[in-house]
Design a protein around this ligand. Structure first.
Ligand code: PLP
Length: 425
C-alpha cells in the first residue's frame, strides 16, 4: 500500500450505510434525483465536483419563492417585494454565518466563483497594478483562477507567476514562500483542487503572505461543500465560492471580503442597485455589498443557496468532512487494487476527488462506457489544463463524492471499471 494512502476506513457497509456518523441512507431520501435510473440502472452520481445534486429543501425553497412571494427586491414598497428582500438578505446572513464572516455586509452575491475572481481582478487589483508588479498563483489552479489574472496582466503589464507543485499534486510551499516579495500584489490559491483533490495549506500561505502585506484570494469552490470554512481563521483577504457546488442552485455564489476592503473598492459593473444618486453630471455609488450587485440579482438562487447552507449546517460540516474522508479512503484502496489504474493526485491531504487513468484507455471512453452502468463521472482536463498537463496527460477520468455517496456505489464503480478494462484487454 503506498505511503500516501489514507489509513483504513471506518466504512461499515452492514450498518445501514452510515459513513463516519453521517446517515447516508437518510440523506439520500432528501435527493429526489437519486431515485432515477440511467440506462436502466440506478443512478450513481460521482460528479459532485462539477455540480452537486440539490436536496428537496433547496428545490422547495426556490419553488416557494416563485409560488408565493416572487418580486424584485430592494426599494419595492409592496408586501411581496419586502418579503423577497427579507429572504434575499436572510440568505446573505446565512452564508456569512456559514463562512464565519464578521457580518452579512461582507458577503457579495455573484454568479459564482468565476465572477467573484473577475470582480477582485478588475475592481481591487486593476486600479493599482502595473509593470513590475506580480500576481502569484499555483500550478494546480482552475482556469477561473488563471485566466482573469492573465487578462489583468495583459491590461496592466503586470506579470503572472506560478508556484510549482510536486508529483503528488501538492503545492511546493517553500518554493511559493521563496517567490514572495514586495512586487507580489496578490496571491490566488485554490483551497481544494477540483482536478487533484489536494487540500492546500491556505492558512500557512496567508500567514507567509502577511509578512509582505500581500492579500490572498482563496478559490473556495471545492472547499465550501466539503469542510467547515472560517474566513477569519484562514486570514485571507478574499474568499470565493459557488452555490451549485454546495448543493445550491447554479448562477449564484459569492465573494467574501472584510468590510473595509470592499469599502475601498470601486464598482465592478454599473447599473441599477449599485448606485446611491445618479445624474448626468455624475453618480455616487452604493455601499458594499450593493455596490457590487448591479442589476436584478438571482433572487431565487440566493434564497436556494440560503436553504443549502441551512441543510449543510443541519448535517454538521465536521461530520460531512469526516464521512467524505472515510469514503475517499475506501475508494482509494478499492480503486488502487485495479491493475493498471493510476491515481493522479496523491496528496497527503485530500478531499473527495479521485482523478485517474486506466491502462491506455482514453478517459472519454471510460466516461462514456461507465455511463451505461448508470455511473456519472467526469473526464477531460477539468478546467485545470496546466495541472493535468503537469502529469504528462491530456485528460483524466475523475470520480468526486458528495454527501449522498455510499461504499456500495464505490463497489459498483470498481466492478464497472474492471469490466471496461476487460473490454480493452
Ligand atoms: N474553482 C474551482 C476549484 C472549481 O472547481 C470551479 C468549478 O468547477 C471553479 C473555480 C469555477 O466555478 P464556477 O463555474 O461555479 O464559477
Amino acid at each position: 500500500m503506498p505511503a500516501w494512502m489514507p489509513p483504513g476506513s471506518g466504512v461499515d457497509k452492514e450498518n445501514g450505510g452510515r459513513v463516519a456518523g453521517l446517515d447516508v441512507e437518510r440523506i439520500r431520501t432528501d435527493f429526489p434525483i437519486l431515485d432515477r435510473e440511467v440506462h436502466g440502472k440506478p443512478l450513481v452520481y460521482f460528479d459532485t465536483a462539477a455540480s452537486a445534486q440539490r436536496p428537496l429543501a433547496v428545490i422547495e425553497a426556490i419553488d416557494d419563492f416563485y409560488r408565493r412571494y416572487n418580486a424584485n427586491i430592494h426599494r419595492g414598497v409592496h408586501t411581496l417585494s419586502q418579503e423577497a428582500t427579507d429572504a434575499y438578505e436572510a440568505a446573505r446572513a446565512k452564508v456569512a454565518g456559514f463562512l464565519n464572516a464578521d457580518s452579512a455586509g461582507e458577503v457579495v452575491f455573484t454568479r459564482g466563483t468565476t465572477e467573484a475572481i473577475n470582480l477582485v481582478a478588475q475592481s481591487f487589483l486593476r486600479p493599482t497594478i502595473g509593470p513590475g508588479d506580480e500576481i502569484l498563483i499555483t500550478h494546480m489552479e482552475h482556469h477561473a483562477n488563471i485566466v482573469p489574472w492573465q487578462m489583468l496582466c495583459e491590461q496592466t503589464g503586470a506579470e503572472l507567476r506560478v508556484a510549482p507543485i510536486n508529483e503528488r499534486g501538492e503545492l511546493e510551499l517553500s518554493a511559493l514562500k521563496a517567490m514572495l516579495s514586495e512586487r507580489v500584489k496578490l496571491i490566488g490559491i485554490v483551497h481544494v483542487s477540483n482536478a487533484l483533490g489536494t487540500i492546500n495549506p491556505v492558512a500557512e500561505v496567508c500567514s507567509a503572505a502577511r509578512a509582505f502585506g500581500i492579500p490572498v484570494l482563496v478559490d473556495g469552490a471545492q472547499a465550501t461543500p466539503h469542510q467547515a470554512v472560517d474566513v477569519q481563521a484562514l486570514g485571507c483577504a478574499f474568499y470565493c465560492f459557488s452555490g451549485h457546488k454546495m448543493y445550491g442552485p447554479t448562477g449564484i455564489g459569492g465573494l467574501w471580503a472584510r468590510r473595509e476592503t470592499l469599502q475601498a473598492m470601486p464598482p465592478y459593473q454599473g447599473g441599477g442597485e449599485m448606485i446611491s444618486v445618479v445624474s448626468f453630471e455624475g453618480t455616487t455609488y452604493n455601499d458594499p455589498p450593493g455596490r457590487f450587485e448591479a442589476g436584478t440579482p438571482h433572487i431565487a438562487g440566493a434564497i436556494g443557496l440560503g436553504a443549502a447552507v441551512d441543510y449543510l449546517r443541519s448535517l454538521g460540516m465536521d461530520r460531512v468532512a469526516a464521512a467524505e474522508a472515510e469514503l475517499l479512503a475506501y475508494a482509494t484502496r478499492a480503486m488502487s487494487e485495479i491493475d493498471g489504474l493510476r491515481i493522479v493526485g496523491t496528496a497527503a491531504h485530500k478531499a473527495g476527488v479521485i482523478s485517474f487513468v486506466l491502462d491506455d484507455i482514453h478517459p472519454n471512453d471510460i466516461g462514456t462506457l461507465i455511463d451505461h452502468y448508470g455511473i456519472a463521472i467526469r473526464t477531460g482536463h477539468h478546467c485545470a489544463m496546466p495541472a493535468v498537463k503537469y502529469f504528462g496527460l491530456p485528460a483524466t477520468a475523475r470520480v468526486s463524492f458528495g454527501i449522498y455517496n455510499k461504499p456500495a456505489e464505490v463497489d459498483q464503480l470498481v466492478d464497472a471499471l474492471r469490466r471496461i478494462k476487460d473490454m480493452f484487454a
